[in-house]
Design a protein around this ligand. Structure first.
Ligand SMILES: NC(=O)c1ccc[n+]([C@@H]2O[C@H](COP(=O)([O-])OP(=O)(O)OC[C@H]3O[C@@H](n4cnc5c(N)ncnc54)[C@H](O)[C@@H]3O)[C@@H](O)[C@H]2O)c1
Length: 442
């Protein structure tokens, strides 16, 4: 088959977990029906299944409450998207990889080191492509930063400062009231939120290997002790709601009334079209209407990670809930010949020798029209790269394959170990030897 015929090959995919992320990715097939068809779905949630069935016209035989029913059939698609909750990533990924499906797997890969290792191992053993949704690797500014570093323009990288401002209301939505609030039900917040950021730092450092890592952090604010005097158990029935920045009424009804029917409103309406009645009902009866100081949340709301790399370079990462911004990272990279600053979509490079500063203009959205606009278009680039990789059988188009993704996940687990055990983790002695070798390829 010629390359151009191969390029035009229409692919089939199966969505495992048709919630917020799974449904969003599936939109690519609606935007580009000549490239992709969603042929089956598995999700225990009837409403999520109905939404997928209607959007993609999936026959009843291919609608499943349990992904195992699909895994027992002969292979009938080229790839599977695994977008189940964090705790349910490993089993479907391993099963479908063993059947020869390529896998696009939501981050985090899995919630334990062992499971992450097994996923990477099985995908390699069965020669299937694995793309982990480290979407930021695909975002134009983050790629541009990598390109500038690789060009040698700022010399040798000596230090990286990286801030992940989660956003005060976003933290309340996802990590206090929502799916990632409780470690036993999901995972720790550094893995859930900042596996992206540790991954970027590792990627930008290239061949420099992280040799030591330490971390501090805790849950400071969203606790029962900090509940305001006179507050109710639900924001709709609270006498002091108007004085609380975390009011669910303000957040959800406020955003809905301003016309937002997408995230996070879509999440609280459980895969149904948001209406005033549904939003109000969710606040009356569901988790998103609870007082932010009365939830069973226990994940850190602030955490710092310090990293020491071979050759003496260092990096630090701060994850903080209490910010105006929502996940718009701030990055400073200091090299021996210049520095890179990235803030609020502005990317600047300063050259020590010439004293000149360049502001680099980046495309603000994908060139082709797509509804996958999340993460400033990075969701589109991630999905599109994976589709292209499968279509052309070229794994080099996947920027977040099994080795890199496993390596950066291992660093996240090491950082969390440091925080819990109150000690520096030495990756030279505590991580496997291949962790060092992989840096030759990054
Ligand atoms: N790449 C990113 O930046 C990014 C952003 C947000 C979320 N995520 C990750 O994506 C994944 C999905 O998150 P989400 O926001 O879509 O959550 P979600 O709760 O909206 O969707 C998960 C879906 O999986 C379904 N499900 C649960 N158990 C299942 C099972 N055993 N088999 C099949 N389906 C099952 C649920 O019913 C739900 O519909 C999570 O791992 C999350 O951490 C990644």
């Amino acid at each position: 088959m010629s390359a151009s015929t191969e390029d035009r090959k229409k692919l089939r995919c199966i969505i495992i977990g048709a919630g917020n992320r799974g449904f969003r990715y599936s939109q690519y097939a609606l935007d580009f029906p000549e490239r992709l068809q969603v042929v089956a779905v598995a999700d225990p949630n009837e409403k999520a299944l109905r939404r997928m069935k209607e959007a993609h016209n999936i026959p009843d035989d291919n609608i499943h409450r349990d992904w195992k029913e699909i895994a027992t059939k002969d292979k009938y698609a080229e790839f599977v998207v695994v977008a189940t909750p964090d705790r349910h990533h490993k089993d479907p990924t391993v099963s479908f990889a063993k059947k020869g499906y390529h896998i696009l797997l939501e981050k985090p890969m899995a919630i334990s080191e062992e499971d992450c290792k097994e996923i990477a191992h099985v995908c390699k053993q069965h020669k299937v492509m694995l793309g982990v949704c480290h979407v930021l690797r695909y975002s134009p500014p983050m790629r541009k930063i990598k390109e500038i570093i690789m060009s040698g323009r700022i010399g040798d990288v000596v230090n990286i400062q990286h801030l992940e401002p989660v956003g005060f209301w976003h933290f309340g939505h996802s990590y206090v009231r929502g799916n990632w609030r409780n470690e036993a039900e999901s995972t720790f917040s550094l893995l859930a939120k900042c596996c992206h950021d540790v991954d970027l730092i590792m990627w930008w450092m290239g061949k420099k290997r992280c040799e030591q890592i330490s971390s501090f952090g805790s849950l400071v604010h969203f606790t029962k002790e900090n509940k305001p005097a006179g507050a109710g158990s639900r924001c709709l029935e609270c006498n002091v709601e108007q004085t609380c920045p975390y009011s669910a009424k303000k957040l959800y009804l406020g955003q809905f009334n301003s016309g937002n029917k997408g995230w996070p409103i879509s999440v609280i309406c459980n895969a149904e079209e948001p209406t005033l009645e549904r939003v109000t009902n969710a606040l009356k009866t569901g988790p998103y209407g609870k007082c932010a100081y009365e939830c069973d949340n226990d994940v850190c709301d602030n955490q710092v990670v310090n990293m020491s790399f071979s050759g003496g370079a260092t990096a630090n990462l701060t994850m903080i809930a209490y910010t105006q911004r929502t996940c718009q990272r701030v990055v400073k990279i200091f090299g021996t010949k210049g520095e890179i600053r990235f803030d609020n979509q502005a990317l600047q490079v300063y050259d020590f020798l010439s004293g000149k500063q360049e502001t680099i203009t980046l495309p603000s959205a994908p060139q082709e029209k797509s509804s996958l606009q999340g993460h400033d278009g990075a969701d589109y680039f991630t999905f599109h790269s994976f589709v292209k990789a499968v279509q052309t059988n070229d794994p080099s188009l996947i920027l977040s394959g099994p080795d890199d993704s496993l390596a950066s996940h291992l660093l996240v687990f090491a950082a969390e170990k440091s925080r819990r055990q109150n000690r520096i983790v030495d990756t030279l002695t505590e991580l496997p030897s291949w962790f060092g070798e992989i840096h030759e390829d990054i």
